[in-house]
Design a protein around this ligand. Structure first.
Ligand code: SF4
Ligand code: SF4
Length: 376
């Protein structure tokens, strides 16, 4: 396996790819009369691009923007506030994946609620949450179902498992989101100018290349790529080649993991438990058909229906530009709070909290590159 991966990390290959990318990008940028704008739609790509320094290496020709690629970051304020409200209910234990704990809501976060005495537990898998609920029948366990198509199948399985075990104290606050409708929302926004998409690896492993075919109607080139530097460079090269040849398609550059039809078993699990519904995304508002709800036979596992929550009136912290960053309208350095009032130890918005957040990636790897384009 190591030998196999070497190819995707080989610095010689990387140098050759960078040369090719720069050559192609120069021609395309000359023709356009501006830099080429590509958006990566995956938090792990954002981190990998920042870590490898690709933004500074290619920045004169390519504007590499981060999009709505981090499931924690796109969780709306109102949903964070509802998660906080769930944690405040007596007898309720909230189970979640790690990053969600620190995301600030309007007036609290799960971390602050935990400090105030709430029972909040981090689980490495939804199956662990089911096992915990089975061992603690005296508590109500509410699992936070946050994530894209990547995590939804495991959550679907956990709900089926809870049902099969007859658990009455397990429920899910379903907040899953689907990537293709978010891409559609970006393309329909006249203020967003993207020339091509670098498509996510793990999401694509579930939904398959074909799920992005709709991009071809927009005549927009896109490449599914893996997470090694050379994978990403090769994806960028493919997009530029398609732009130069004016033959936009959706190419699969991650064939070692992604199939045309995706993972049928995972799709079947999701379809058995969930139905497609509307979802509210931070920065975007409601995107039709971009979320999941529980199918009727599993309605008893819906935490939002099981518990009565107070109405929430979300407040966005003054100056936080997370919503604009998730739409690729601004880069983290263009937020006036970046590295001033907002940093990983004292984050103002989720993009600085999540390990896949654009602001956290820029802060860790890129804050010293180039001039700060600050509004201040
Ligand atoms: S879950 Fe996978 S595909 Fe989705 S944002 Fe994270 S790394 Fe990217
Ligand atoms: S720097 Fe902080 S406040 Fe600004 S957009 Fe990023 S997370 Fe939000």
């Amino acid at each position: 396996m190591r030998e196999f991966l070497t190819k995707f990390r080989d610095p010689e290959i990387a140098r050759a790819l960078i040369k090719d990318v720069r050559h192609l990008a120069t021609r395309v940028a000359d023709r356009l009369g501006r830099r080429v704008v590509l958006m990566e739609v995956c938090g792990t790509h954002t981190v990998a691009i920042s870590r490898a320094g690709l933004r500074s290496l290619l920045g004169d020709l390519l504007d590499l923007r981060s999009g709505p690629g981090c499931p924690v970051c796109v969780t709306d304020y109102a949903d964070v506030d509802r998660m906080v409200a769930l944690a405040r209910l007596p007898g309720v234990t909230v189970g979640t994946f790690g990053d969600m704990v620190r995301v600030p809501g309007s007036d609290s976060s799960l971390e602050r609620e935990r400090a105030a005495g709430a029972d909040i537990r981090i689980f490495y898998s939804p199956a662990d949450a089911v096992a915990w609920a089975a061992a603690h029948p005296e508590r109500e366990l509410v699992f936070l179902g946050v994530g894209f198509e990547t995590t939804a199948p495991a959550v679907a399985l956990s709900i089926k498992e809870a049902g099969a075990r007859g658990l009455k104290n397990f429920s899910v606050y379903v907040n899953h989101k689907l990537v293709p409708p978010a891409l559609m929302a970006l393309l329909e926004d006249p203020e967003i100018k993207v020339d091509g998409f670098i498509l996510p690896g793990h999401v694509s492993a579930i939904i398959g290349r074909r799920a992005y075919s709709f991009l071809e109607a927009f005549r927009l080139p896109a490449a599914i790529t893996g997470f090694e530097t050379n994978d990403i460079l090769e994806g960028i090269r493919q997009i530029l080649k398609m732009m130069w040849g004016k033959e936009p398609r959706v190419v699969n550059g991650y064939t070692r993991v992604v199939r045309e039809e995706g993972n049928k078993i995972a799709q079947r699990e999701m379809a058995a438990v969930f139905r497609v519904g509307d979802a509210s995304w931070r920065g975007f508002g409601v995107i039709p058909g971009s979320g999941l709800t529980l199918a009727a036979p599993f309605a008893a596992f819906d935490a939002a229906a099981r518990f009565t929550l107070p109405p929430v009136v979300p407040r966005v912290p003054a100056g936080c530009a997370c919503g604009e960053i998730l739409k690729g309208k601004l880069t983290p350095k263009e937020c006036r709070l970046f590295a001033v009032a907002c940093n990983p130890t004292s984050p103002v918005g989720p993009c600085m909290v999540s390990s896949e957040g654009a602001c956290a990636a820029y802060y860790q790897f890129e804050r010293h590159y180039g001039e700060r384009a600050n509004h201040a």
